[in-house]
Design a protein around this ligand. Structure first.
Ligand code: UDP
Ligand code: MN
Length: 276
């Protein structure tokens, strides 16, 4: 057993960035997550969890970018009523995220949604403890589960599933459940509140534009939260519908990263989204 001291000086090989994709479309996002982490020189391992239905081409492509491509079973909240209120029936599969707690070969991990764009090296996130996350722009007493620091633990995994079975999720997705599980996040320890620039929700750019103009240059991770994902915006006219020029720039940057990644891995994967 390791002492507290050796844990606090854990080697980077003990630590990993983790993302997830259950469709080939989300794999496009995951590919960009992995490539950006790499390009910005992370010293940590990179892991992508995929469900069995993900195509072999997509898995292949991910294998060029990530240290580990892990096939996990789909876990669906099956909670249609709650998802109805959120108008996002596809989010049930986000329960699959909980598999990340089983990655016990790592002592600490940072989870990143596949719809995030990492703009610089963010390895300092590993200095934080479980469960660290940034506020959700819609309800800032809840954390947004697109970026969070956690400690893999089979015990926590079992308790999360039990919590899911007993209480469900108030929004039908992983965020609702994680917020009731780590229920003291809002008030317990300010160090577990990541600055908003680590999970800059795309919609915050237009809901509070002056703040974006003041602080936006500090952005470290952009999160394309919501229905519209960059991989669904292929033409300029579609991107223009975003109205906001800053958001447009991030979508453009996402496509630049994506195209560059395909070049790097020698176009082993179709350029066009395969659809959900
Ligand atoms: N996800 C997935 N397949 C899906 C929906 C979601 O793999 O069909 C994963 C993916 O990593 C995604 C995360 O779950 O980034 C959370 O979903 P999403 O980002 O769409 O939710 P939002 O951030 O918009 O609330
Ligand atoms: Mn997301």
């Amino acid at each position: 057993m390791r002492s507290e001291d050796s844990l606090s000086h854990a080697m980077p090989a003990d630590q990993a960035f983790v993302t997830m994709a259950t469709t080939d479309s989300y794999c496009m996002g995951a590919l960009v997550v992995g490539q950006c982490l790499r390009r910005h020189g992370t010293t940590r391992r990179t892991v992508v969890m995929v469900s069995p239905n993900v195509s072999s081409q997509a898995r292949d492509a991910l294998g060029h970018v990530f240290d580990q491509v892990l096939v996990v079973d789909l876990l669906d909240s099956g909670d249609r009523t709650h998802l109805y209120w959120l108008r996002r029936p596809e989010l049930g599969v986000t329960f699959t995220k909980f598999h990340c707690w089983t990655l016990t070969q790592y002592s600490k991990c940072v989870f990143l949604d596949a719809d995030t764009l990492v703009l610089c090296n963010v390895d300092e996130l590993f200095e934080r403890e479980e469960l660290s996350a940034a506020p959700d722009p819609g309800w800032p007493d809840c954390f947004n589960s697109g970026v969070f620091v956690f400690r893999p633990s089979l015990d926590t995994h079992v308790r999360l599933l039990e919590h899911a079975r007993q209480y469900g999720s108030f929004d039908g997705g992983d965020q609702g459940l994680l917020n009731t599980f780590f229920s003291d996040w809002a008030i317990r320890d300010i160090r577990k509140h990541l600055p908003f620039v680590y999970n800059l929700s795309a919609n915050a750019i237009y809901t509070y534009l002056p703040a974006f103009q003041e602080y936006g240059h500090n952005a470290k991770i952009v999160h394309f939260l919501g229905l519209v994902k960059p991989w669904n915006l292929r033409s300029n006219s579609q991107t223009n519908q975003l109205i906001n020029i800053h958001l447009e720039e991030f979508v453009y940057q996402w496509w630049t990263e994506y195209s560059y990644t395909l070049l790097l891995i020698k176009n082993k994967w179709p350029k066009e989204p395969a659809g959900p």
